[in-house]
Design a protein. Structure first.
Length: 402
């Protein structure tokens, strides 16, 4: 008889940690104050986010590999310490050496976040083998919710105590939280895992792919391209939210509401899309996310006022949904044992999209003024992504054999 284990505790602990480390993505909130304090140009300051995207994925690959061997707890502690160290060291950067922000915030903190991010996801999936979409959704929803929760906190701190003290305060708070909750992020026992062999024969018969074997399958490249082509709409449109909003008759208050709406929509997508994928199948939900993205981006070519905000929120919902569904897709295809590092390989597509399409956006949106290509590029990408996703196997509510 399997000893009763509290599977909710690792899930909640992982979600709390994700809520903390998700603050790395609100660089756009820190950037204006950083630019003012360090007399830094927007171009130089924005490099921080690009570096963070790259190191985030490197951290996922490293953390996934280490976590698959040593378990999630040491990786969460290591990733959390690197994240907090990066934010803490950013608070010490002298005004005549702002480039150190690239190293500390973009490099060290970004890498640490990636390691902790994948470890909590992989751990949650092992506790909820029969509801991987739900477990993934809870974890990544907390990561996305960090934008909503900490944007007003960061704004208040930046105005009251400045850049350095803000980074210092946040790093110490997050360090305490991660050291406490990280203790509860651990894999279930072998006996707990073994019980699924009887309850879920499809899962027990599934091949557990190593990273090397994953790279030799055609489905890895289908999944890679599917993720790559679902995210351009967000990466192209989101940075233009303010300038587009001014052109679409948004007041300053409405524009602020739009920013909050995108954060909440992304968090909702991270929770609802993977939950739906447990019931409707992963591929069907990916088609839904692609459909939302394609229709929204086409309507954005002429949408005005609050309709514009609704469409931006829908694009963010689909973007958030992708973050929740693809970890489960990866586990369905390649097994749960090495999913930490295998998902890291898939996440390379996220980094490529996050670096490539904002660069394309600058070309098709000269001086921040959108052209037809601003909307056509992500629309074409969405159509191509739908065709790629057709190549994925039909799955039965997440019970896919690899």
């Amino acid at each position: 008889m399997v000893k009763k284990q509290n599977k909710a505790l690792p899930l909640v602990a992982g979600a709390v940690i994700q809520l903390c480390i998700g603050i790395i993505y609100i660089w756009s909130i820190f950037q204006p104050s950083v630019m003012e304090y360090y007399a830094w140009s927007a171009a130089d300051a924005s490099v921080t986010f690009s570096i963070m995207l790259a190191t985030f994925v490197l951290g996922i690959v490293f953390g996934g590999r280490l976590g698959d061997k040593k378990g999630p707890r040491p990786v969460v502690f290591l990733g959390g310490l690197l994240f907090c160290a990066g934010i803490f060291l950013s608070s010490l950067v002298p005004q005549d050496m702002p480039q150190l922000i690239w190293l500390f915030y973009g490099g060290l903190a970004g890498f640490g976040v990636g390691a902790a991010y994948t470890s909590t996801i992989s751990c949650a999936q092992k506790w909820f083998m029969d509801k991987k979409g739900f477990a993934t959704g809870v974890i990544v929803c907390a990561f996305g919710a960090s934008t909503v929760v900490f944007t007003p906190v960061a704004n208040t701190l930046l105005k009251s105590v400045g850049v350095s003290q803000t980074f210092l305060t946040l790093s110490l708070i997050f360090l305490a939280v991660i050291l406490i909750f990280g203790w509860f992020v651990k894999n279930p026992s072998k006996e707990y895992m073994d019980q699924f062999e009887t309850r879920l024969p499809d899962l027990s018969a599934q091949k557990q792919y190593t990273p090397g074997e994953v790279l030799k399958t055609k489905y890895y490249y289908f999944i890679f391209l599917s993720m790559l082509l679902l995210t351009p709409a967000y990466f192209i449109i989101n940075p233009l939210l303010k300038s587009l909003g001014e052109l679409r008759s948004l007041t300053e208050t409405a524009a602020l509401a739009g920013v909050m709406a995108t954060g909440m929509a992304s968090a909702a997508g991270r929770l609802l899309a993977p939950w739906l994928s447990d019931r409707l199948g992963r591929r069907n939900v990916l088609f839904l996310l692609y459909g939302i993205t394609l229709v929204s981006i086409l309507l954005l070519t002429f949408a005005q006022s609050y309709f514009f905000i609704i469409l931006i929120a829908l694009v963010s919902f689909a973007f958030g949904g992708s973050a929740g569904v693809y970890p489960a897709v990866t586990a369905d295809y390649f097994g749960i044992r090495n999913n930490g590092v295998n998902y890291g390989l898939v996440m390379i597509a996220f980094a490529v999209s996050g670096l490539l399409f904002p660069a394309i956006a600058k070309v098709v949106t000269p001086d921040g003024i959108p052209t037809a290509w601003t909307f056509l590029v992500p629309a074409i990408a969405a159509v191509a992504g739908i065709l790629v996703t057709v190549a994925l196997k039909k799955d039965n509510a997440g019970k896919l054999k690899a």
